[in-house]
Design a binder for this molecule. Structure first.
Ligand code: NAP
Ligand code: ZN
Ligand code: ZN
Length: 353
């Protein structure tokens, strides 16, 4: 076994505090990674605060992991010690259902094994995430990180990047299309950069007018303040695609009015009931769709990393030591981050040295 240091919440809503635990020694197909950076996703807060129901504690969050490979099993072919590697939201899946066979492990019929707040497929071992100094993951669930990518900026690609890349690709976003990204947070800022890199005309749709200048710097062609009814009306029925990253149940009806006929709005943020209710008329008149999307499969995650390396896309990050993780969470909750916190894991190594 490997001794690992991390930070954990001991129960729902508890602050994160130092926590020591063990991980398996690498098996023949495993990659052992020394974690260098770990992004802070809003999903970490949702789970540690039990917003989505019963959760497993102690919880070591973190599913935007970048590190250096320190050991590999005998059958590992993709990576070798010294390489940079990434781990996202999943560490395993059944591997034989139709979803797994089609490289959509996130939709595994038996349920993917999440990087933390889950039980390994042995049925007993809890998974612990990236707010820690080491992780051991099967090769299939590890991506290769090109040296040209800025490592701290690349960490958020493992969740925020793939969660926005996958629907943009699935709904074939590209040149000649007007695309709206709703909510300028961790996911939203990646959505703007990626949709722009794919050649679309991008409109940042925000509740916060002060973010307008940043949105333009990130690549948005235009900024639409969703709290301004006149501005919303001026964009009615003009969008080819909407990517909605709002992290809570909210009124989706005003956004549907922005879509052209036959177009889709994809939800990635609201994993809870929409309030007020969705009005069917807003779909029926114009044959519009509302859909959802969860992260992306491992092959697509590698494709996204390579796309980002080619187009020079990384996240705008604010680097924090692990000792400030609770403050970072409080700021994220208050919508005060530009645009992703990333923990520098050297701070954890300093603490335990
Ligand atoms: P974030 O950094 O907090 O960003 C969310 C943004 O949404 C905020 O910056 C804000 O942007 C806007 N917003 C916040 N509260 C709002 C409200 N009440 N009404 C309208 N807009 C609001 O969060 P994130 O890390 O990007 O995550 C976004 C959501 O996606 C979370 O719920 C997370 O759990 C979920 N998620 C889903 C997946 C998936 O696979 N589907 C993967 C990762 C994360 P403005 O100030 O610009 O309005
Ligand atoms: Zn996430
Ligand atoms: Zn499966």
């Amino acid at each position: 076994m490997i001794q690992v240091h991390g930070y954990a919440a001991q129960h729902a809503g508890a602050p994160l505090t130092p926590f020591q635990f063990e991980r398996r020694a690498p098996g023949p197909h495993d990659v052992q990674i020394e974690i260098l950076y770990s992004g802070i996703c809003h999903s970490d807060l949702h789970q540690a605060h039990a917003h989505w129901g019963a959760e497993l504690f102690p919880m070591v969050p973190g599913h935007e992991i970048i590190g250096r490979v320190v050991a590999v099993g005998a059958h590992v072919t993709k990576l070798k010690p010294g390489d940079y590697a990434g781990v996202g939201c999943m560490v395993d899946s059944c591997r034989h259902c139709s979803a797994c066979e089609e490289d959509l492990e996130q939709y595994c019929d038996e349920g993917a094994t999440w990087t933390y707040n889950a039980i390994e497929r042995d049925g007993v071992t809890p998974t612990y995430g990236g707010y820690s100094d080491q992780i051991v993951v099967e090769e299939r669930f590890v991506v290769s990180i090109p040296e040209t990518l800025d490592l701290k900026g690349a960490a958020p690609l493992l969740c925020a990047g793939i969660t926005t890349y996958s629907p943009l690709r699935h709904w074939k976003v590209g040149p000649g299309q007007k695309v709206g990204v709703i909510g300028l947070g961790g996911l939203g800022h990646m959505g703007v950069k990626l949709a722009k890199a794919m050649g679309a005309q991008v409109v940042m749709i925000t509740t916060t007018p002060e973010k307008g200048r940043d949105a333009t710097r990130l690549g948005a062609d235009e900024v639409l303040v969703s709290r301004d009814p006149a501005a919303m009306a001026s964009h009615a029925a003009s969008f080819d695609f909407l990517l909605n990253t709002i992290p809570v149940g909210h009124d989706v009806n005003p956004y549907l009015a922005l879509l052209k006929r036959d177009r889709t709005m994809v939800l990635v943020g609201a994993l809870e009931p929409l309030q007020p209710a969705l009005n069917g008329a807003n779909l029926i008149f114009g044959r519009k769709s509302i859909s959802g999307s969860g992260i992306g499969g491992m092959a697509e995650t590698q494709e996204m990393i390579d796309f980002c390396a080619k187009h020079g896309v990384v996240s705008d990050v604010e680097v924090v030591p692990i000792q400030q993780v609770n403050e970072a969470w409080q700021r994220l909750e208050k919508n005060d981050v530009k645009y992703r916190f990333v923990i520098d894991m050297a701070s954890l190594r300093g603490e335990v040295a």
